[in-house]
Design a protein around this ligand. Sequence first.
Ligand code: MLC
Ligand code: AMP
Length: 509
Amino acid sequence: MPNPLYDALFAPHEGSPSVFLEMPDGSAFTYAAFLGQAAQFAHALKAAGLEPGDRVAVQIAKSPQALAVYAACVQTGIIFLPLNTAYTATEVAYFVTDSGAKIVLCDESLAEGLTPVAQATGARLETLNGNGTGSFVDLSLTHPTQFETTPRDADDLAAFLYTSGTTGRSKGAMLTQTNLLSNAQTLKDVWHFTSNDVLLHALPIFHTHGLFVGTNIMLLTGGRMLFLPRFDVDQVIALMPRATSVMGVPTFYTRLLADARFNSDLTARMRLFISGSAPMLSETHHAFADRTDHTILERYGMTETNMNTSNPYEGERRIGSVGFPLPDVDMKITDPETGAPLPQGETGMIEVRGPNVFKGYWQMPEKTAQELRPDGFFITGDLGRVDDDGYVYIVGRGKDLIISGGYNVYPKEVEQVLDAQPGVLESAVIGVPHPDFGEGVVGVLVAHDDATLDLDAILASAASDLAKYKCPRRLFVLPELPRNAMGKVQKNALREAYALAFMESVGDS
Ligand code: MLC
Ligand code: AMP
């Protein structure tokens, strides 16, 4: 009985002695060992009473075992719900409650904080640590290293990825087997990945980029990954001579360029550098090409759609552009107000349709209807244009979103937390240029009459609710927020006003 995603990504490697994952300490996991562990995890999930379609929420460090949980979910038809390890217990509580996850898997160090979450929702809490130990592993040890794959339809759900929104409430993007598989197949072809490739993998595996792009492509090809727990310049430089490809966010490349050891000798064996998840400055593109003779291939994607466009592997990689729509992706540029298609060359809303486009937001039919048209086009919230040669340019965002080091921060979510702080009447959260993260989060506060704001206390309190990367790096206080005639806060004015002050403060720190 078929399970298209498992059959394509994992089944071909069962019993294979080829190395799948190589760790920075030199230890290695063959495909056979990896899939044996995944099968044991699949048994453990089944023994815990989970059925196909149930959700498993995981907030665990990047490790081979963490990836094996993903494989186990695919093999059992259980929906994999990975969570950023930076999320606070408050944030995780929402995801677990909203998704109705039956099991929460977390690092031992997080177990105490998440116990009340599990108790409140009736989820079972098990641990899995970055070093491959934990109660979940203990549960799996007595099980066989083979598991009879659960049949699935191509349209069945494989994963939920939560993405925040302009209303501040996170939405669970439902991704089907086809969404993940079709995109991996397309990308493998357009980027010429083969079993000879060695991907230097330094991205987190709880987001589209590191999991569904990097990992799925390598699984599909049977290639190897140099699997780093996180992006570490020293490790990346040490391992680069053994790699053929890197996928990263722009911060990876600016950090490499800031290191004098990074030069063309180091990249001589490299075949492909890919960037995405955030805009790359043209100066970074040029500096990279000057230093290495490689032109970074920039592509464009998002949680709801996986990848939509890519610069060509062969042919001109146009700096400033995110390339062409992928072969199976329809794209149109529309008037953001009316949805009517705009003439060639004009700037408007980017809409995409294809097998990569998600099924909708979990239990949010209204939100789904607002963003996913009945004819299948998804309204991305990104503003773009297409040039005469068909290259797509992202020229702005129709959504109020900050991207910091490749992580999305929705101002509304942060504003809600700031507004609830003592003495705060209202707040506006903006993104301003940051030399390392591309954009940095800044909060502008207005105090209630007579109130004196304790900015340190406000930041500390926000940090207990929000993941660190969402927390403002600086707070400023204004007597009132600038508003237009309609009463809307003029965030552009705030961005202009605080960009310099923020940059200077980054320089000082
Ligand atoms: C870490 N910090 C961040 C941050 N990452 N702050 C803002 N933005 C970020 N992205 C915080 C840390 O908590 C720490 O706080 C301080 O900043 C410095 O930490 P660091 O050690 O320098 O950070 P590091 O661990 O090196 O992480 C930086 C990073 C990482 C850029 C390597 O954020 C990263 O791997 N980003 C990739 C995100 C990603 O995969 N995005 C893809 C989404 S999918 P303090 O106070 O303790 O010093 C998607 C679709 C698509 O968007 O198209 O791909
Ligand atoms: P996420 O919701 O985390 O998946 O983030 C997706 C968003 O990242 C997109 O909607 C874009 O705004 C942005 N993005 C991804 N890739 C690029 C890119 N190459 N250039 C500019 N923005 C990008």
